[in-house]
Design a binder for this molecule. Structure first.
Ligand code: S3P
Length: 174
């Protein structure tokens, strides 16, 4: 039995968590939260600036704190940053607090998305186009051990929102 009406979307950078999260929340009539946006609001800085001025460890602490604060809320879908499940006890927290959904894509699919993306991502700052596929493959392999613990894994390349909704409804009825 899941204690809260909370859905956590997890997955690598560029996997479409925010786009899917917005659609899913709208269909459920729940709120949508973008964890990265919350961090930026609280810090009063954009993520690249946070990494530069405060460092990654500071960012991870903030990310974990804001994620854990969600324990007090229900009826939301949250898109988490690609690293969120892999630090602190964040994955355990999400697993015990609600439904975790992993949007899974291959390194090649992620590369195509990330090359086109306009979002500035500090972890990709010093990676050139020819190194990108290796970087993604390696990082994804490291992170897969957290991502793969999600309650539901779906193909993030072609997401069928209606199918996702039916999985969520099965969970809500439990
Ligand atoms: C990160 C992913 C980013 C953001 C930060 C770190 C990561 O979010 O949280 O740049 O460690 O993978 P997106 O997954 O939304 O790009």
């Amino acid at each position: 039995m899941f204690p809260g009406r909370k859905i956590f979307l997890i997955g690598f950078m560029g996997s479409g968590k925010s786009t899917v999260g917005r659609k899913l929340a709208a269909r459920l009539g729940w709120s949508f939260i973008d964890l990265d946006d919350r961090i930026e609001e609280k810090a009063g800085m954009k993520i690249p600036e946070i990494f530069k001025e405060k460092g990654e460890a500071w960012f991870r602490e903030m990310e974990s704190t804001i994620l854990h604060d969600l324990v007090n809320y229900t009826d939301f879908v949250v898109s988490t940053g690609g690293g969120a499940p892999c630090y602190d006890d964040n994955m355990d927290f999400m697993l015990r607090s609600g439904l975790t959904v992993y949007l899974k894509l291959t390194p090649a699919q992620l590369k195509e998305r990330l090359i086109k993306s306009k979002t500035v991502r500090p972890l990709l700052k010093n990676i050139n186009a020819s190194e990108l596929i290796n970087f993604i493959s390696q990082k994804l392999q490291e992170r897969e051990k957290w991502y793969s613990r999600a309650s539901i894994t779906i193909d993030g390349f072609e997401i069928d929102i209606s199918h996702l909704i039916s999985l969520v409804r099965q969970w809500k009825e439990q």
